[in-house]
Ligand binder design. Structure first.
Ligand code: ADP
Length: 752
């Protein structure tokens, strides 16, 4: 933002932040970001406690906030400043009192974090503001001159809601955390269900929106999902459900999980409740069927890494909007679209959101589904394909393609999920999936076998890599043997799911085709690594899981220090990419983050030592420093530990923690499962299309500005860091996150 963007007449001196309506995990991160960004811009932030109740009550409910007031809340679920429903605020008298409480504190800008109800209420207050002040003047409660000095109440909204049903943002704060809770529960039920060959019907939240139901079903390999936007299409759906379940049993499925959104209904608008589904299964099949209603568990718990980062980004941008006076004309909503923070007119978003609920009431389901966007429709279709109990019959007459699936490089959470989706989708399209065991050496040694539908049963949620993976680049001696395997196994195309090293291996094969024409088959690469260091994509599968592992571990590390003044130096993975360090630092509230992109200099260390000692002298009791493993060869983690320990003197002691392989292991997060599935399906589509083309081409799959795209593999090198580091030249996340992390840790104010 430039100074020219600032409109001095609307730049607020003070702003208020509140959370309202239903609570959602991540609200605290948003509040923290609002407060700290405001301070960095010399705007005085006020915390408004208990939502509109506090705004109407005033007094101690509206208090000035300093940086330390929002310390230590990032990891807490719900909202630490409270939320409440206020009937008084719905009345004009209530809003006039609220306006009085704001104007007398010089608050002329608000950040409201809540659902559509809360945002509507705030918009009403903002649009009535001039009249409310006039009424206060008339009643003798306010001087005219004071009213004149505060002509507008600027408003920016951030959607805090677990439903993810809001227009103007692809994700709402709290949705990803809710998905974590549901996925944990579904994974747990899967294991008990399969021990007993039982069926479970799980009811999840979502009165008007099937997002949580659909995505959790996709992430856990549920058998069936009922959502409000897509009632069963046929009159005989009960029979189809029974048939699907019994077919699954015949094919060896040991458990059946049916996910039902609260608001699911049939074509006639009659509710499909969890009890109704249980009765269908129990009566028709004699299945031992249990119902579990997840309820408020879904709202609770510590926010996921994604929600912490999303909320921090939204809070930061909301305050910048207000500081620049960009909400003076019209209230704005800050959200995320295609991985970019965007603003849009608030009431437009609220009205469009409500129109979907209206369409559902009128049974205009197709229109409602379309309004959810193409990603939602695509996820629904993928879900339907993947849960089918058996493959589709091969395409009429055409020779089926033989597509081999191989991992390359190190381990990434989500590999099994990606293989499962690829195998089933290849079979669904009438082709033959082949598994290569043990990575590229397996391809060299002919370790290839055909897979069937049930070979990948249950893989959706497993960490690790069932097929095996290895860091290995085929050399001149390996290429002829790989060529031989390709010929013997009649492999038409190779799907490579792997890390940077896997890409290097794929590239070696691609280049080897000049000497070995058998190697001239299309290779489609799917980015799977925790390091987020692959070109032609803005994120890689596995990074979200690693980020959550880091976040959980750092939360625990911080808790271990309750009784002492202590600094932790935490080393995270990521090789020559600082993604995990920077995003991890943002999600855990680190003081300093050292990344390979910036490196570590002696000058910087000297500054940081001084800052840290000043902060502890000022009363700080706990600090976390995150160092990416590839940040510097000389200033290692033990070096930093020794340095801070010596310089901290009696002020604090220092502990180091190298998180290591916990970051690579573990079951994939819901986000990584969903993306692995989505990418895999699109990669198979791309593979089949390129095989049908005149000149099949090898490609790298990636997500660029929210869209899945394919870039020729031949461009791999040219997209890398020109300085020779093992990372892409373009790293959008760095520009998105760096300024926010700097502001959150107070580094841009020289603040102590
Ligand atoms: P959510 O924000 O989660 O949708 P609610 O709809 O319960 O939650 O709204 C929270 C609060 O916002 C309400 O208790 C009320 O104080 C205020 N509010 C909601 N809708 C309006 C409205 N139309 N006019 C004024 N205030 C409203």
């Amino acid at each position: 933002m430039t100074d020219a963007d600032h409109n001095p007449s609307t730049r607020p001196d003070c702003l208020g932040v509140l959370t309202s309506g239903g609570d959602a995990a991540g609200m605290n991160a948003a509040v923290r970001a609002v407060v700290r960004t405001a301070l960095s811009l010399d705007i005085q932030p006020y915390l408004i406690h208990e939502g509109y109740v506090g705004m109407v009550n005033g007094g101690e409910a509206i208090v000035k906030a300093g940086s330390a007031d929002v310390g230590g809340i990032l990891h807490q679920g719900g909202t630490s400043i409270g939320t409440a429903r206020s009937e008084e605020f719905r009345t004009r008298d209530g809003r006039r009192t609220a306006a009085y409480n704001l104007v007398t504190r010089d608050i002329t800008a608000l950040v409201v974090i809540g659902g559509d109800g809360s945002l509507t209420g705030a918009n009403l207050l903002s649009s009535e503001w001039p009249q409310l002040l006039a009424e206060l003047v008339e009643a003798g409660q306010l001087e005219q001159e004071e009213a004149d000095r505060h002509p507008v109440l600027q408003l920016v909204g951030i959607v805090g809601s677990i439903d993810n049903d809001m227009f103007g943002t692809d994700m709402t704060v709290g949705t990803d955390s809710a998905l974590h809770r549901i996925t944990e529960a579904l994974d747990a039920l899967h294991s008990t269900a399969s021990s007993h060959q039982r069926s479970f019907v799980i009811e999840v939240m979502g009165r008007n929106c099937g997002y949580l139901a659909l995505m959790s079903a996709l992430a856990t390999g549920a058998q069936w999902v009922f959502i409000p936007e897509r009632p069963p299409q046929t009159a005989s759906w009960e029979e189809t459900l029974r048939r699907t379940v019994s077919k699954g049993r015949e094919h060896g499925r040991r458990q059946n999980i049916v996910v039902v959104a609260e608001g699911a209904r049939d074509r006639y608008g009659v509710s499909i409740t969890s009890e109704r589904v249980r009765d269908i299964l129990a009566e028709g099949l004699g299945e031992d069927t249990r119902v579990t209603i997840l309820g408020h568990v879904q709202r609770g718990g510590s926010p996921s890494a994604f929600d912490r980062v999303l909320a921090s980004r939204c809070g930061y941008h909301a305050v910048h909007e207000l500081a620049a006076g960009r909400a003076a004309e019209e209230a704005q909503l800050v959200g995320i679209r295609e991985n970019r923070i965007v603003t849009s007119p608030l009431m437009d978003a609220v009205e469009r959101t409500r129109s979907v609920a209206g369409l559902l009431k009128e049974k205009r389901y197709d229109e409602a589904m379309q309004l959810r966007g193409s990603g939602f429709v695509e996820a629904y279709e993928t879900m339907r394909t993947l849960v089918r109990g058996r493959p589709r019959t091969p395409r009429d007459g055409a020779e089926p393609r033989r597509i081999a699936i191989v991992h390359g490089g190190g381990l990434a959470p989500g590999m099994n999920t990606g293989v499962r989706a690829s195998v089933r989708y290849i079979l669904d399209q009438g082709h033959i999936p082949l598994a290569v065991k043990g990575g590229f050496p397996g391809l060299r040694d002919g370790e290839v076998e055909e897979l069937n539908w049930m070979s990948v049963h249950g893989w959706v949620s497993h960490g690790g890599a069932e097929l095996g993976t290895k860091r290995f680049t085929p050399g001149p001696d390996d290429l002829p043997r790989i060529a031989q395997t390709i010929t013997e196994q009649r492999i038409d195309g190779l799907l490579m799911l792997g890390t940077f090293d896997g890409y290097v291996a794929a590239e070696a094969l691609h280049q080897g085709r000049e000497h070995h024409p058998e190697l001239d088959i299309p290779i489609v690469c799917l980015p799977m690594t925790i390091s987020n260091d692959i070109p032609a994509t803005e994120f890689t599968i596995g990074a979200d899981t690693a980020l959550n592992a880091i976040t959980e571990d750092v939360d625990k590390i911080k808790q271990s220090a309750v009784a002492s003044t202590r600094v932790f130096v935490v080393e995270v993975m990521g090789k020559e990419s600082g993604y995990l360090a920077l995003a991890g630092g943002l999600a855990t509230g680190a003081e300093f983050v050292y990344t390979p992109e910036e490196g570590i200099t002696l000058d910087r260390l000297k500054d940081d030592v001084e800052r840290l000692t000043e902060r502890f002298r000022g009363g700080q009791r706990l600090g976390v420093i995150i160092r990416g493993e590839g940040a510097d060869d000389v200033y290692t983690t033990p070096f930093l530990w020794a340095l801070f320990e010596k310089e901290g003197g009696g002020l604090f002691d220092v502990r180091q923690s190298i998180l290591g392989h916990v970051q690579q292991g573990g079951d994939p997060s819901p986000f990584d499962r969903i993306q692995a599935t989505r990418f895999a399906v699109r990669c198979v589509d791309h593979m089949l299309a390129t095989l049908d083309s005149d000149a099949p081409e090898s490609a790298m799959c990636g997500l660029l500005q929210g869209r899945i795209t394919f870039t020729p593999l031949a461009r791999f090198r040219e997209l890398l860091d020109p300085g020779g580091a093992r990372r892409p030249a373009e790293q959008a996340w760095y520009d998105h996150l760096r300024p926010i992390a700097t502001t959150m840790s107070g580094l841009d104010r020289g603040q102590l």
